[in-house]
Structures are given as structure tokens and as C-alpha cells.
Design a protein around this ligand. Structure first.
Ligand code: MRU
Length: 350
């Protein structure tokens, strides 16, 4: 990537802070915020200052560490009560991306495995665990990018929805990873970025990340995807994921399932890209994935000088579920899962 990398999460341990890139201000301002309290970190996740499933997981790991670091060094039970309150507050920040719960479970397991150790040692181990979650995500992104690139040809047209780039993860990204890696290798992809109503992650974040990396990116409104596909301009769809159920049904940003249905109609392969930390084998099907409902004002008035709708009812789910039958492959750091997903996803964990 040619432009200065943007870092969504960074631990500043000296100042007991999680430093995040405030994604709500992009593309107009690049602002980093130092978050010192668990309330601030939960607020940043809720308001999408830090967003994207893997980046939320990394933020949760650091949040759990910083919350634990602030705990008084009493006995284990006192420490664990404090840690549990921090963990539960983080877990309540957003419901759909499973990476959040995965990271918190991992931090919790670390604490419980050290019950007999001094609290100071537990805190030190939690710091290492949070850093490891972050490091592993970087490595996973790179592997996903390579697997994804192996499915593409130079000059391909690619359509993506929402933002699954470096700022939603740790480096490269998931859905944008093969595109950015291909850019470094001269693949000359032509990318169509859905603007992604209502929060415009495609316009504000994906178009921004690809444009600054020098990728040939064309921004379209969500309702233009069908025309672009019909024109023969798209050879593959690449999207990220917030939770993949055991049968391959996949939750991602609202509008993703419509893209998959269109892709099927036009005979275009539709790929989901994400680390195995986004696969939830405890969730049998997409019907079991909790879908976040968000503030009606995101539809009615956000981005407008005046409200653009009457104060009528709204329906504002943040995610939808793409049926596994529409997905040509699920690209993870451990390889590409193909249908039947119940079998291929389970094999990734063996
Ligand atoms: O509401 P958001 O912006 O957090 O939604 C993000 C998405 O849907 C992404 O596509 C998904 O988290 C994958 S990020 C690599």
C-alpha cells in the first residue's frame, strides 16, 4: 500500500489508553482518539468510531486489558468481579459481530487459567493476550488476501459492499485484502464500491481506502449494482462478514444479501472473506444470528441538513443474512471453504 497506513486500534500502555482512528469522521478528517475508560471504549464501538468485525474484536481485547489494568490488586475474586463488569459492558456494545464475543471469551479464559497467580501477573498476561489477538489478526488478513487473490484474474471487475478494508481489521483487510495485494502486484482491478446506506461505509471508507491506495475505484449507489453487473463489468463480488453460521449462512452489512441474489442471477461468483474468528460453529444457521437494530435517525436525518423523511416508522437493521446457497466460497486464513459448508467450515477447525 503506497499511502501512509491508517491504524484502527493501537495500545498506548504508558498512558493506559486505546488509541483509535475515529472512523465516523472519514473521509474528511483523520483523527485519532485516546480512550482511557471502559465507558469511552464501549461508546466508540457503539457509535462506530471503531467498526468492522475484526477491529471490534481487537478493540475488545485491549478494552478488557485496560479495564483489568485499572482494577485494584486485591485477591482473585475481587479482581475477577471487576474484570467481569468490564467484560460484560464491552459485550453489550454491539450484538452481531462474533469477533467481539470471541475476543472477550479468550481474555476471560486467560484470567480463569491463572486463578492462583498474583493479580499483577494476570494483568501482564492479559496485555500479552490482547497484543497476540492483534498480531494474529494481521497475519490472518495477509493469508486471506493471498487466498482471495488466487481466485482473481488481472483486470477483473470486482464489486464490494460496506467496508472490509484495513481500517475494519488490522492490515490489508478481508474483502479489500486481495484488491490491495493485487494492486501491489499490478493486477489492475476495476472496483465498484456500493455506497452502503444508511451509514455510507462504502462511500466514506471503502472508496476512500481504495482511492488513496491508487486502486481504480468507482463509487455507485446501492441500487446501481444490478446495472453494473448486467453490463458485464463485474467478474466477482467480495464482501466481509460479521458472523458466519455453521451452515455457511453469513451476516454482513445490510444490503449484502441483495448483492448475492443479483450475483447469482448474473452468474457472478459471490465470495465472503473473513478470519475463522468470525465463524461461529455454535450458531447453527443464519436465523440464530442476532441482528442489530439501529437509530431511526440514521435513515431519516443523518447526513442531511434537514430531515429527509417525516417522523414515520422506520426499519433500520444494521445487517442481513446471506443464504449459504448464494455463496461460492468462504475465504479464511486457513483456506477456502466450499459447499457444503457444514462440512468444510468444521474441517477448518480440526
Ligand atoms: O456496522 P459496521 O460498519 O461495523 O459493519 C461492518 C461490516 O458489515 C463489515 O463488512 C464486516 O464487519 C467485515 S469487516 C472486515
Amino acid at each position: 500500500m503506497s499511502a501512509e497506513p491508517l491504524i484502527p486500534n493501537r495500545l498506548d500502555d504508558e498512558n493506559s489508553a486505546l488509541v483509535i482512528l475515529d472512523q465516523t469522521l472519514l473521509p474528511n478528517e483523520v483523527v485519532y482518539r485516546a480512550l482511557h475508560t471502559n465507558e469511552e471504549i464501549c461508546h466508540a464501538i457503539k457509535t462506530l468510531q471503531v467498526r468492522g468485525a475484526p477491529a471490534i474484536g481487537v478493540a475488545a481485547g485491549y478494552g478488557a486489558y485496560l479495564g483489568a489494568k485499572a482494577a485494584p490488586e486485591t485477591d482473585f475474586d475481587g479482581f475477577y468481579a471487576h474484570f467481569s463488569a468490564v467484560r460484560d459492558a464491552l459485550a453489550a456494545s454491539r450484538p452481531t459481530a462474533v469477533n467481539l464475543f470471541w475476543a472477550l471469551r479468550r481474555m476471560d479464559e486467560k484470567v480463569l487459567s491463572m486463578k492462583t497467580c498474583p493479580v499483577a501477573d494476570i494483568k501482564a498476561a492479559l496485555k500479552e493476550e490482547a497484543l497476540a489477538i492483534h498480531r494474529e489478526d494481521i497475519a490472518q488478513n495477509r493469508a486471506i488476501s493471498e487466498y482471495g487473490l488466487s481466485l482473481l484474474k488481472p483486470g477483473d471487475g470486482i464489486l464490494t459492499h460496506c467496508n472490509a478494508g484495513p481500517i475494519a481489521t488490522s492490515e490489508y483487510g478481508t474483502a479489500l485484502g486481495p484488491i490491495l495485494l493485487g494492486q501491489e502486484q499490478g493486477y489492475g482491478f476495476k472496483v465498484f464500491a456500493d455506497e452502503t446506506r444508511p451509514l455510507l461505509q462504502g462511500a466514506r471508507l471503502t472508496a476512500f481506502e481504495l482511492h488513496r491506495a491508487g486502486v481504480d475505484v468507482t463509487l455507485i449507489c446501492d441500487n446501481m449494482a444490478s446495472m453494473v453487473m448486467k453490463n458485464g463489468w463485474v467478474q466477482a463480488c467480495l464482501v466481509g462478514c460479521d458472523r458466519v453460521a455453521a451452515n455457511g449462512d453469513t451476516a454482513n452489512k445490510i444490503g449484502t444479501s441483495g448483492v448475492a441474489i443479483l450475483a447469482k442471477h448474473y452468474g457472478i461468483p459471490f465470495y465472503v472473506l473473513g478470519p475463522t474468528t468470525t465463524v461461529d460453529l455454535n450458531c447453527p444457521t443464519g436465523a440464530d444470528i442476532p441482528i442489530e437494530q439501529r437509530d431511526p435517525e440514521e435513515i431519516r436525518s443523518l447526513w442531511y441538513e434537514k430531515p429527509m423523511a417525516p417522523p414515520c416508522k422506520t426499519f433500520n437493521p444494521a445487517f442481513d443474512v446471506t443464504d449459504h446457497e448464494l455463496i461460492a466460497g468462504i475465504i479464511t486464513e486457513k483456506g477456502i471453504a466450499r459447499p457444503p459448508y457444514t462440512e468444510s467450515l468444521r474441517k477448518l477447525f480440526e
